[in-house]
Design a protein around this ligand. Structure first.
Ligand SMILES: [Mg+2]
Length: 309
């Protein structure tokens, strides 16, 4: 069972984390202490402004409600990039280089599934940061191969290297298992077994292997990188979830890692919401989140369409 409220919280948990992290993005670890939600900072945006992570996640949800076509997603992404669609205040202030390049490739005529960069150097977290809704839309799909292809294709639109595809696959599968009722430890075990049934290059899978080791939670903070590299970001998100028992601590811990604060907080927050089915987001933060009516409507529509009836 998954309710409308759970889906709404799952999405808003990510947006709130993103907005919390935005003013601190790129600041180096321990050069600051985030204790509360603030505005301005890195992009000089008002408090509660969420970034590309949320915009592109919302675009995926919009596309799922419309026609589930990759081209529709890319058109909306172009509208985001050029006209500030799907933003808190009508202004696009952040987009990753790989995503930007893919949107331009598409605008210049590339097929959506050929628009993403396939190079090893295009393994930022711009793919993984927008695929969380797939855990909701795919939760009743029993065929792992179908889920895997779906997750890969939606990632590939911008990030087409195998490492990014594996990162998204692991992340969405973890979210899905947790939404279905597993705790994180159980979900990690399941996903580790699933990876053995794929034909991903072992050297690529090995990069993510630390999260599946029993002592990963004991990794010292100093050994957890918080860059925008997909491997660092996913490892950090899983590690953060092994450390915090409540949403507020999770977000503070995530943002205080520094560097890619918004995306790491957002990835960690979706995972936390997936594992805490009765999560209530902190009201003092939520009331600061910029939530235009059309975005609120989109979240409600998505929740209604995909909740168990
Ligand atoms: Mg961002």
């Amino acid at each position: 069972m998954i309710t409308r409220t759970q889906i709404k919280t799952f999405i808003e948990a990510g947006m709130l984390a993103d907005a919390f992290g935005v003013p601190y993005e790129f600041r180096s670890r321990d050069s600051f202490t985030a204790a509360t939600m603030i505005g301005h900072g890195t992009y000089d945006m008002p408090i509660g402004s969420w970034s590309d992570d949320s915009s592109l996640t919302l675009i995926l949800m919009q596309t799922m409600l419309e026609d589930k076509q990759y081209a529709t997603f890319m058109h909306h992404a172009e509208d985001y990039m050029m006209h500030g669609a799907f933003t808190p205040s009508g202004e696009m202030f952040d987009i990753g280089a790989t995503t930007r390049k893919a949107v331009i490739n598409f605008a210049e005529g590339a097929a959506p599934l050929d628009a993403g960069d396939r190079s090893e150097y295009a393994n930022g977290n711009g793919g993984i940061m927008r695929v969380a809704p797939l855990a909701v839309t795919l939760r009743n799909e029993q065929d792992m191969t179908v889920r895997r292809t779906t997750i890969e294709n939606w990632t590939k639109l911008t990030h087409a290297h195998e490492r990014s595809l594996i990162g998204s696959f692991i992340y969405v599968e973890l979210l899905r298992e947790c939404l279905l009722g597993d705790n994180l430890t159980e979900a990690l075990r399941t996903v580790q077994a699933e990876l053995k049934r794929t034909n991903y290059a072992p050297s690529e899978v090995a990069l993510f292997a630390p999260i599946f080791t029993p002592d990963f939670a004991k990794t010292p903070r100093a050994d957890i990188a918080s860059s925008g590299y997909v491997v660092d970001s996913l490892l950090a998100a899983v590690w953060l979830n092994s450390q915090a028992d409540d949403y507020e601590s999770l977000i503070l811990n995530a943002v205080n890692l520094g560097s890619d604060t918004d995306t790491i907080a957002q990835l960690a927050a979706h995972l936390f919401a997936a594992t805490h089915h009765n999560l209530v987001l902190p009201g003092k933060w939520l009331q600061q989140l910029i939530m235009p009516d059309d975005i609120q409507h989109l979240i409600s529509q998505f929740a209604q369409a995909y909740a168990a009836r």
